[in-house]
Design a protein around this ligand. Structure first.
Ligand code: HEC
Length: 119
């Protein structure tokens, strides 16, 4: 779409090679952005995996500790409350407050992967 617009714009000019330069750049940029930010599906997989290992036992429908059921949480940040809840989860995991001290610690790699998926 973007390339077509640029093409129709620049093909009328004598400097049509400019089109190839710009088109090359626009193809390159989205690719590198995708690498930087995991898509929603992989974020969901990462959070579910982490929650299964460390959180759901206390934060499911039955236990609901701290009035938090993680199964109800959506990755669609369509309300301020959802966004705040994710921010709180991030903080609790980053600080090491959750899972509670007496529980098995997440590995450094798992913790890092989860936190960077949420950023
Ligand atoms: C052994 C049980 C247990 C496990 C496992 C556990 N939690 Fe908790 N969590 C609690 C309890 C109890 C509270 C309420 C008291 C408190 O805030 O310390 C709580 C509170 C919280 C809160 C604050 C809720 C609020 O609105 O005040 C968050 C966020 C949270 N937990 C996230 C997590 C995450 C994320 C994990 C997994 C990494 C996790 N917890 C694992 C027991 C647990």
């Amino acid at each position: 779409m973007l390339c077509r617009l640029i093409q129709s714009h620049y093909m009328n000019l004598p400097y049509s090679y400019l089109y190839y330069a710009v088109a090359g750049l626009t193809l390159f940029i989205p690719g590198s952005l995708l690498n930087a930010a995991p898509d929603l599906k992989s974020v969901a997989a990462i959070t579910t995996h982490f929650f299964e290992n460390h959180c759901y036992e206390c934060h499911d429908e039955d236990s609901n500790k701290g009035d938090l059921n993680l199964y109800e949480l959506s990755l669609k940040l369509d309300s301020q409350q959802q966004a705040q809840q994710w921010a709180q989860i991030f903080k609790k995991i980053e600080s090491g407050e959750m899972p509670p001290k007496k529980k098995k610690r997440p590995t450094k790699t798992d913790k890092k992967q989860l936190l960077s998926a949420l950023v």
